[in-house]
Write a protein that binds this ligand. Structure first.
Ligand SMILES: Nc1ncnc2c1ncn2[C@@H]1O[C@H](COP(=O)(O)OP(=O)(O)OP(=O)(O)O)[C@@H](O)[C@H]1O
Ligand SMILES: [Mg+2]
Length: 293
C-alpha cells in the first residue's frame, strides 16, 4: 500500500560555497495513514527544515517527499501546518472565525461551507462561542487552539506540527496534548509532530523518530508500545513509558559531539562592523557635545 507520506534520501543545504550549511541529510522514512509520528531531536538539528521541505515551503537540495505517492513540489492543498508561535501565525485584525476561515477562502471554499467548517473546527477544540473574538482577547493556550482549529478546518490528509505546544505553560501543554490525541482519534488524522521534548514525543506518538545532531539524520525509529488511550498521570508513570523515554534520552545524549563548524565571516562584515563602530563613536561624541554645552 502507498504510504501517506514518503521521505526519500532527503538532504537540504542552506546557501552555497564556504558558508553552506547542511541542515538535514540521508533522511528516509514513511508515515502510514492514521499514524501519529513524533520527531524528536536536539535544538537546531534541522527539525523545522525537514517540516518545511515536507510542507513544500522549501525545495530540498536532494531527495523527494511524496504525499499519497505524488511528489511534492509546492504546498499541497490537503496539508496543514501548525507552528509553535501562535502569536505570529494568527492575524490580529481578523476575528477567531475569520482566522479559521482564512485558508478555506484561499482554497475557494464557498462562504456558507467556510462558516460551517470553521464553527465545527472551533467546537472540536472547545472554542465554540469564541468565533467573534479577536486573537488578542484570548490566552496563549486558546490562541494555539485557534491555530489547531484553522488547520483542522482544512480537513488535511496530513497535519504537520512544529513544536506546537512549546510556547504555553505546562498545564496548558498537557491539555493541548490531550486535545490533539482526542481529535486525531475522532478524525483518524495522520500527524507528523516535531518536538524537542522527549516525554511529549513518547506520550503522543505511535512512533518516535529520533534525529541526530545537525545535520540531522534518523538514528532510531521506535514503536511506542502504549495503549491508544493515554492519560497524563497513569501513562507517564507506566513501566513502558519510563523505559521508552529513557531509551530516547540515551539515544539523544549518547551521540558523538558534532564537528565544530568553521566560522566563516562574509567579506563585508568586518567593514560593516567598523562602520557601525564609527557611527557609535560619532553618536557618543555628539551626545558629549550636547551635554557639555
Ligand atoms: N534560512 C536559513 N538559512 C541558513 N541557515 C538556516 C536557515 N534556516 C535554518 N538554518 C540553519 O539550519 C540548521 C537547522 O535549523 P532548523 O531551524 O531546521 O533546526 P531546528 O531543529 O528546527 O531548531 P530548533 O530546535 O531551534 O527549532 C540550524 O543550524 C540553522 O541555523
Ligand atoms: Mg525548529
Amino acid at each position: 500500500m502507498t504510504p501517506m507520506l514518503e521521505v526519500a534520501d532527503l538532504r537540504h543545504t542552506y546557501g552555497s560555497g564556504p558558508t553552506a550549511h547542511t541542515a538535514v541529510q540521508n533522511l528516509k522514512f514513511e508515515v502510514a495513514a492514521g499514524e501519529l509520528a513524533c520527531i524528536v531531536g536536539p535544538s537546531g538539528c534541522g527539525k523545522s527544515t525537514l517540516l518545511r521541505c515536507i510542507a513544500g515551503l522549501i525545495k530540498p537540495s536532494e531527495g523527494t517527499v511524496s504525499l499519497h505517492g505524488d511528489k511534492i513540489d509546492r504546498t499541497p492543498e490537503d496539508l496543514a501546518v501548525v507552528f509553535q508561535d501562535y502569536s505570529r501565525s494568527l492575524f490580529p485584525w481578523l476575528s477567531v472565525r475569520g482566522n479559521v476561515e482564512f485558508p478555506l477562502r484561499s482554497r475557494g471554499v464557498a462562504r456558507a461551507e467556510r462558516r460551517k467548517r470553521a464553527e465545527e473546527a472551533l467546537e472540536w477544540v472547545g472554542l465554540s462561542g469564541a468565533g467573534a473574538k479577536y486573537p488578542w482577547q484570548l490566552s496563549g493556550g486558546m490562541q494555539q487552539r485557534v491555530s489547531i482549529a484553522r488547520a483542522l478546518a482544512c480537513q488535511p490528509s496530513l497535519l504537520l506540527m512544529d513544536e506546537p505546544f512549546a510556547s504555553v505553560d505546562a498545564q496548558t501543554r498537557f491539555e493541548l496534548e490531550d486535545l490533539l490525541l482526542r481529535v486525531r482519534h475522532e478524525h483518524e488524522s495522520t500527524v507528523l509532530l516535531v518536538t524537542h521534548d522527549i516525554d511529549e514525543s513518547v506520550y503522543l506518538g505511535d512512533r518516535v523518530l529520533v534525529l541526530s545532531k545537525s545535520p540531522a539524520s534518523i538514528v532510531a525509529d521506535l514503536t511506542v508500545d502504549l495503549p491508544a488511550q493515554r492519560d497524563q498521570i497513569t501513562t507517564r508513570e507506566s513501566k513502558n513509558f519510563v523505559a521508552l523515554r529513557s531509551e530516547v534520552a540515551r539515544l539523544l545524549h549518547n551521540q558523538p559531539a558534532a564537528e565544530p563548524e568553521p566560522v566563516v565571516r562574509p567579506a563585508s562584515s568586518a567593514a560593516e562592523d567598523e562602520a557601525a563602530a564609527q557611527r557609535f563613536l560619532e553618536a557618543e561624541r555628539e551626545q558629549t557635545r550636547q551635554t557639555s554645552r
